[in-house]
Design a protein around this ligand. Structure first.
Ligand code: TMP
Length: 237
């Protein structure tokens, strides 16, 4: 597999073309951003930790029958993925109240949500990823009803698999965000899964072990990610 030119530089990952038009290489960088790119810092080891974390989770999802873009980990910070036609809609499941839901409704952080809630956001940094709904997504041509239904079903299935995985490590999966794309007419999970895009708390102490440590300047950000990785069995170098 030949790595070719840079296609796109995202906030935390760079995307490269390959000599196969169906495949891309993602490079996880140490850049860490918050507030839609307003604050960016370098955190040592983050690229490598997230690459290993993501590869481990993608394998668990694939074993559970969920098709993802993940093909193969190529190096410490690179992964080979399927090239999807991305849908600009972010799918969020919440098992406990946190973040924007707490701000929007004035809920107490940590309140259990039974059953878990499902929300959609439009992927647009300039607009601050505004909340949207299925109707708008169809009207504006971002996705069909059938695609949105598949995305919802897959996001809840991911929640089931990962809640069980984190629970075994005495961790709470508070919420997470996923993006999907189309690959040869199929809806496929096209996002990394790492502590950058979810909230994970220690079950007993409720200590935050995810990107909120960066957003809220709590310190020991990557130490938190490594703690989660260790508890769920991710092999770190
Ligand atoms: P929120 O509470 O800010 O709406 O975020 C809910 C979850 O989704 C949280 O785990 C962070 C994640 N998320 C992202 O990673 N990127 C995004 O652009 C959005 C909207 C949420």
């Amino acid at each position: 597999m030949q790595k070719q030119q840079l296609l796109y530089k995202g906030k935390a990952k760079s995307v490269f073309e390959t000599d196969d038009s169906d495949l891309l290489i993602l490079q996880f960088r140490d850049d860490t951003s918050a507030f839609n790119g307003e604050r960016i810092e370098q955190l040592a080891r983050k690229g490598e930790v997230n690459n290993r974390f993501n590869a481990f989770v993608m394998q668990k999802l694939s074993e559970a029958g969920i098709e993802t873009h993940f093909e193969q980990q190529l190096s410490d910070d690179e992964v080979l993925v399927k090239r999807l036609d991305m849908i600009p809609v972010e799918c969020v499941v919440r098992n406990f109240a946190a973040g924007s839901l707490v701000r929007r409704l004035g809920l107490e952080e940590g309140q259990a949500l039974n059953p878990p809630t499902y929300e959609l956001f439009y992927k647009d940094d300039a607009l601050g990823d505004p909340m949207i709904n299925e109707s708008l997504s169809v009207s504006l041509g971002w996705a069909t009803e059938a695609q949105l239904s598949a995305m919802k079903d897959l996001t809840y299935r991911v929640n089931d698999v990962l809640q069980a995985l984190f629970d075994k490590g005495d961790l709470m999966l508070v919420d997470f965000k996923l993006e999907f794309g189309v690959f040869h007419d199929r809806i496929v999970l096209g996002d990394e899964f790492s502590p950058d895009g979810c909230r994970i708390w220690d079950k007993n102490t409720k200590k935050k072990l995810d990107k909120d440590r960066f957003r809220q300047s709590l310190g020991d950000v990557i130490e938190g990610y490594e703690e989660v990785a260790k508890r769920i069995g991710v092999p770190l170098s």
